[in-house]
Design a protein around this ligand. Sequence first.
Ligand SMILES: Cc1cc2nc3c(=O)[nH]c(=O)nc-3n(C[C@H](O)[C@H](O)[C@H](O)COP(=O)(O)OP(=O)(O)OC[C@H]3O[C@@H](n4cnc5c(N)ncnc54)[C@H](O)[C@@H]3O)c2cc1C
Length: 482
Amino acid sequence: MRNDSASRTAQWLPLASLEDMADKEYDVLVVGTGAGGGAMLWRLLERLGGSGKKIGVLERGGLLLPTHVWNIATMSDALADSMFLDAASMPPDFLSPQIYAIGGRTLFWGLAAPRMSLSDLAGWPVPLREMNDYYRLAEKIMAVSAEYTRGSSLEDIVLKRLQGSGYPDAIDAPLAINVEPTKFGVVNSNPFFSSIVWLAEALNAPFDLAVHSRVTEAVTEKGRTVGVCVRTPDGRNAFIKAKNVVLAASTFGSPQILLQSGIEGAAIGRYLTNHSRVMGFGIVRREEFPEVFGPLHIIIPPREDRPYQIQIAGPDGYFKVQKRIQPLQPEWGVAFYGSGRVESRRDNRIELDPADIDEDGVPKLKIRFAYSEKDQAVIDLLLQGVRDAAAAAGIALVAETDRPDAYLLDPGLENHEIGTCRMGVDPQTSATNPYGRIHGVEGLFVADNSVIPTSGTANPTLTTVALALRTADHIVRHRLQA
Ligand SMILES: Cc1cc2nc3c(=O)[nH]c(=O)nc-3n(C[C@H](O)[C@H](O)[C@H](O)COP(=O)(O)OP(=O)(O)OC[C@H]3O[C@@H](n4cnc5c(N)ncnc54)[C@H](O)[C@@H]3O)c2cc1C
């Protein structure tokens, strides 16, 4: 499937043309190549490999980077930040930057990959045992471990301080960083994980991938999925036929496609949820630690009396940009990232604005989001929580003239938006069933952050990947092997 177009396209990833794809009918068409879409593609091809099933992928963006930005040898922290800002598009009224490119936001993400706590998973429509199985698989294929900070004096000393001062449950953060050396001739050139690692593995089996191909609508006939409409930046339109479509276009992109398609669903676009994000910046003095500092990334998980998670990471940018010489400065910055639990509320939502049409003829999004009184109470606890954690870590927080020592970010800047196609059993309060299928539509699935039903406090990506793998298995079992 891929060879014809690959021979014509000298790129670091073989591409198909939209015109070639329009001549075929796909068994599964995946829309988007970020965390959810990448995991979906990887699992489908692992399960279906040489079966002859036709798998296609459509990606709105292009070939921005061939790996996570921090894997690039010449990258500085400042350069990585400016590449991110150059590439990012911001939805209106909600400041979460979106990356339209192969790899989506996994090209720039921060790699923290904790599981949701058991109490956060308790009300979910997925059995705990299955979540456990798919979390284990997700951690394996993202190379999640606490190895990156092992042996770091900064990590060990700060963790001991926390554990001895009221945080016995503080842990080395699970990070999607593959510290395995190159072995058996396989070169590990991607220690910092991005979904491009999965695209590389998927190349062992045939699939078609077209870039600069924005899906604008999912098309159904008599309740069955038949394909998608695509628009290119140069104004071409195409219809790609598919028996099953998996939308993995993000918390904003997937409901935008569904709403534009006129798919009925009382919860589509509703229940936009995030984590309230409280930040603090502290200073550590080099003289308090042995000569070799090392990276720091600790997580204080939620507890009954703590409806939030706190990450402590640093020092400054050098924890990730290891190739640069670390200046012998006496003081270093450490960041505190608090993530507060947020209620799932129907009124927090995205809608299409028929009065404001973008260059592809799609109505732009209007986003309505506000914290509730209960969310505000969590934020108050979290502001104090960050101060208490810093005191226990022996790190002095710094206030600036324009902000206090701990402060709330605007919604979206935490990059943890979820919920707009949440999973559930009741079509009034959920957009998909517990396997990610849109209620009432055969063959139309969602597999990205938008299916996460409630915020919990953990960073969302590991959970999105676990759920996407489970949805892939469901598609293979019930849609392709039946
Ligand atoms: C700076 C930063 C740091 C982060 N740190 C962390 C962290 O430490 N831990 C964590 O868990 N999460 C983190 N995140 C969030 C993480 O990146 C997201 O949770 C994750 O990438 C979401 O996966 P997704 O599949 O929903 O969307 P994305 O990864 O955004 O992928 C969406 C894909 O869909 C494509 N697309 C969109 N619309 C269309 C369309 N109409 N047609 C075709 N394709 C389309 C996009 O181009 C993209 O490829 C961070 C994010 C950022 C930006």
